[in-house]
Design a protein around this ligand. Structure first.
Ligand code: SF4
Length: 352
C-alpha cells in the first residue's frame, strides 16, 4: 500500500497509475493543474479497470490540455463577488469564507482548479484573515458562513477551532457550514479533536461531504462520517455529475443510498461547471434531467438531491431538475397536466 500522498507524474508512474507513453503529456497537465492522490484513494483505484470511476476523478488525463471556448478560469464568478480577499458574497444571507486553497486530493474536474493547489492562491492569514472576519461582522444580514476553499478540514484542529470560535462570536452568524472531501479522502484525519473543533456553543455546524461514487464511502469513510454525526453535526452531500463516474442511474442511486445509510442527507447534484480542460468529464443537462427522472421513480424520497447549475459568471445556483407539471390545453382554466413517475399524464384541476 502507498503510504504517502502521490503528488507527481513520476510518483504516479512508479505506483502503476499512468503509462510511460503518457508521461510527457501528463507532465504538461501537472504543470498547470495540481495533482494529489491520498493513500486511501490509491487503494480504492482498481488498476485493472482502464475506466475506473475513482481513477477518472483524480488521475490526470491528457484531455485536460484541451480547453473549449466557453470554458473559463473562474466558471462561477467567485472573483466578481469577492468584496475582500477570501470572502465570496453572492447571496444576501450567506458568504463563502476561503481560509485555504489546498486540498487532500486534486479533482480533475474542480471548478476552482485555477485557484487551488501549490501553484494556486495563498491561504488567508494575518491582516487578510482579520479583514475577512471584519467584513462578516459588519454585515448583519450574513446568517450563514460556508467554509470552503480548498478543503477547510486540511487545517490543523487548533486553527479550525480558532476559526469556528471567531465566527461563533459574531451574533448574527447562526450557521457554520463546512464543505469537505476529507472524510472519504483521508478518513484518519477526522479525529475526535478535529470534530470537537467544528462545534461552538449556541451555533449550528453542518458538514457537507463531496463524494461522487459509492466506493468512496469505504468502511473507514463511513466511520469518519459517523464520528461527525455522532457528535451532533448534521451532514449533507454534494455530488458532481461526471461522465464515466456516476452518469448512470445504478451508480447514482447507490451513491445516494450510501449517503442516507451514513445519515447524510443528499443535498446537491451539481451539473459540472465550465472549468478549463474538463469537457471530457461533462454530460448534457438532458442526461442529468433524465437521471433525476429515473431516480425519482426508483429510490426513496430521502435519496433525492436537487440537480443544480451554477450559472456561469456568478449569477447563482438554480435548480434544473425535470419538470413534472405544465398548463393543460390552452390555459390554467383547464387545469394542469402532471406527469407521474411512470410517464403517464394526469390532469390536476385549476385553482378555484
Ligand atoms: S476537493 Fe474540492 S476544491 Fe479541492 S480539488 Fe476537489 S473539488 Fe476542487
Amino acid at each position: 500500500m502507498t503510504t504517502n500522498t502521490l503528488r507527481s507524474i513520476a510518483q504516479l508512474r512508479n505506483a502503476g497509475f499512468v503509462p510511460a507513453a503518457q508521461t510527457e503529456a501528463l507532465e504538461q497537465v501537472a504543470a498547470r493543474y495540481a495533482v494529489a492522490i491520498t493513500p486511501t484513494i490509491a487503494e480504492l483505484i482498481d488498476r485493472d479497470d482502464p475506466n475506473d470511476p475513482i481513477a477518472r476523478q483524480f488521475i490526470p488525463d491528457p484531455a485536460e490540455l484541451v480547453s473549449q471556448p466557453h470554458e473559463r478560469a473562474d466558471p462561477i464568478g467567485d472573483d466578481a463577488f469577492s468584496p475582500v480577499e477570501g470572502i465570496v458574497h453572492r447571496y444576501p444571507d450567506r458568504v463563502l469564507l476561503k481560509l485555504v486553497h489546498t486540498c487532500p486530493v486534486y479533482c480533475r474536474f474542480c471548478f476552482r482548479r485555477e485557484m487551488v493547489g501549490p501553484g494556486g492562491r495563498r491561504g488567508l492569514t494575518g491582516d487578510k484573515r482579520d479583514a475577512a472576519y471584519q467584513y462578516i461582522r459588519q454585515h448583519s444580514e450574513i446568517w450563514e458562513v460556508i467554509l470552503t476553499g480548498g478543503d477547510p478540514l486540511i487545517l490543523p484542529a487548533s486553527r479550525l477551532r480558532a476559526a469556528v470560535r471567531t465566527l461563533a462570536a459574531i451574533h448574527h452568524v447562526k450557521i457554520i457550514r463546512v464543505h469537505t472531501r476529507m472524510p472519504t479522502m483521508a478518513p484518519e484525519r477526522i479525529t475526535a479533536e478535529l470534530v470537537a473543533a467544528l462545534r461552538a456553543a449556541g451555533k449550528t455546524t453542518y458538514v457537507a461531504l463531496h463524494a461522487n461514487h459509492p466506493r468512496e464511502l469505504s468502511p473507514a469513510a463511513r466511520a469518519a462520517c459517523a464520528r461527525i454525526v455522532d457528535a451532533g453535526i448534521p451532514m449533507l452531500s454534494q455530488t458532481v455529475l461526471l461522465r464515466g463516474v456516476n452518469d448512470d442511474v445504478e451508480t447514482l442511486s447507490a451513491l445516494m443510498r450510501a449517503f442516507v445509510e451514513c445519515r447524510i442527507k443528499p443535498y446537491y447534484l451539481h451539473h459540472a461547471d465550465l472549468a478549463p480542460g474538463t469537457g471530457h468529464l461533462r454530460v448534457s443537462i438532458e442526461t442529468g434531467q433524465d437521471l433525476m427522472r429515473q431516480m425519482r421513480g426508483r429510490v426513496s424520497g430521502l435519496c433525492q438531491p436537487a440537480y443544480v447549475l451554477d450559472i456561469p459568471g456568478g449569477a447563482g445556483k438554480v435548480p434544473i431538475g425535470p419538470n413534472y407539471i405544465s398548463a393543460a390545453g390552452a390555459g390554467t382554466e383547464q387545469g394542469y397536466e402532471v406527469r407521474a413517475i411512470n410517464g403517464r399524464s394526469h390532469i390536476y384541476p385549476p385553482r378555484k
